[in-house]
Design a protein around this ligand. Structure first.
Ligand SMILES: [Zn+2]
Length: 360
């Protein structure tokens, strides 16, 4: 069986855009820049500056359409400028980047990503989350490969609203635990082993640098700690996701997050990464890994990630339904233990008690 595994390429730093001509020039000269409006405002000027002494030119700048949908990818593909372009520069958050990944897979052109927030690993993965035009989740879609290269400007990311990196940390921690919990005991091939091995880079740099990075982003300061955390969120998670088979990519933490999504008050007031981060605690309790759990809880306290479902305003009755939904997702099918409603309930109750006992 043939299998493609892609690792991801990136440039990171406050001056990351300076490298654009060197890396992109071999793909041609004509660029169309596509992204979110705020993102284009923040990053557009720096991108233009970086190519002004090269033979490259931006022939058009387009808004991506506001949703990562097949419809928007189609709409963009009809622009004359996109037809003429040698490459697409995709600027913004996950939805803008995913739209351009879908677009460039269809029109067979290279794409370069310029993430302006660090909330997801979209900049460096081949997988795209696709939505209907009304915002309802539709499906996942795979580009043949991740973006050709990602230019990560840490100054722009540090200046973005703090909630993005905060939730990004929560989602990334899940990648630090779910692949191993899912694949434990399995006979893994090289690519899956690489994914599980590298998944430690989705937690260790965060434990080491996360608290400081969040503090720095609050005052919009790009520091070494911010850089390390951003790489964990974008590069480590992206590489792990590209290397692993889908079935090992998520487990009980994500399933619980999807469970919470049935409650509209949660959907409206809480971010994906925040919910997933709570799921990480529950999964670690399922795994009975008390040492790791302590480490996680102390870290969560320092950055104010949730340590109890009560922080979401969820009642015990609602929790029943949340668990039921979590157990209906495919995410828990591949796990080192058999996960059912009782296992979730037991882990959540134990976690509540444990948190009480160590957080005074
Ligand atoms: Zn996630």
């Amino acid at each position: 069986m043939i299998k493609n595994t892609f690792t991801s390429n990136y440039t990171i730093g406050e001056m990351a855009y300076n490298e654009i001509p060197k890396i992109c020039n071999i793909y041609g000269k004509k660029i169309v820049m596509i992204g979110g409006n705020i993102a284009l405002e923040k990053a557009g000027q720096g991108i233009k500056e970086s190519i002004k002494n090269s033979d490259m030119e931006i022939i058009d700048t387009l808004w991506y359409g506001g949703q990562a949908s097949f419809e928007n990818a189609e709409m963009l593909s009809e622009h004359e400028s996109v037809k003429k372009a040698d490459m697409i520069f995709s600027v913004g958050g996950g939805k803008a980047l995913d739209t351009c990944k879908i677009l460039t897979n269809k029109i067979k052109k290279p794409v370069f990503t310029f993430p302006t927030i660090a909330a997801t690993c979209a900049a460096m993965t081949s997988v795209c989350a696709v939505y209907h035009p009304d915002g309802v989740f539709r499906d996942v879609y795979f580009r043949y490969a991740p973006a050709e290269h990602s230019f990560i400007n840490t100054k722009i990311i540090a200046e973005a609203p703090i909630k993005y990196i905060w939730a990004g940390i929560g989602d990334t921690l899940a990648k630090g635990y779910e692949p191993e919990f899912s694949a434990r005991g399995e006979k893994l091939d090289f690519s899956n082993s690489m994914g599980v091995t590298l998944s430690s880079l989705c937690k260790e740099p965060i434990f080491k640098n996360g608290t400081k990075a969040v503090e720095d982003c609050k005052i919009q300061k790009s520091s070494d700690e911010v850089k390390e955390v951003v790489l964990s969120i974008i590069a480590a998670t992206g590489t792990v996701s590209n290397a692993l088979e889908m079935k090992y990519n998520s487990c009980a933490a994500h399933a619980l997050c999807y469970g919470f999504s049935i409650l509209s008050k949660i959907e409206e007031n809480h971010l994906h990464g925040e919910l997933v981060s709570y799921g990480v605690l529950v999964q670690t309790m399922m795994d009975n890994n008390i040492e790791e759990l302590k480490k996680l809880i102390y870290f969560y306290k320092s950055v104010k990630l949730p340590i109890s479902y009560k922080e979401f305003g969820v009642t015990e009755d609602e929790l029943e339904k949340v668990i039921e939904k979590a157990c209906s997702t495919g995410d828990i099918e591949k796990a080192c233990i058999k996960i059912d409603k009782e296992i979730y309930k037991d882990a959540i109750n134990k976690l509540e008690n444990f948190v009480q006992s160590i957080v005074k």
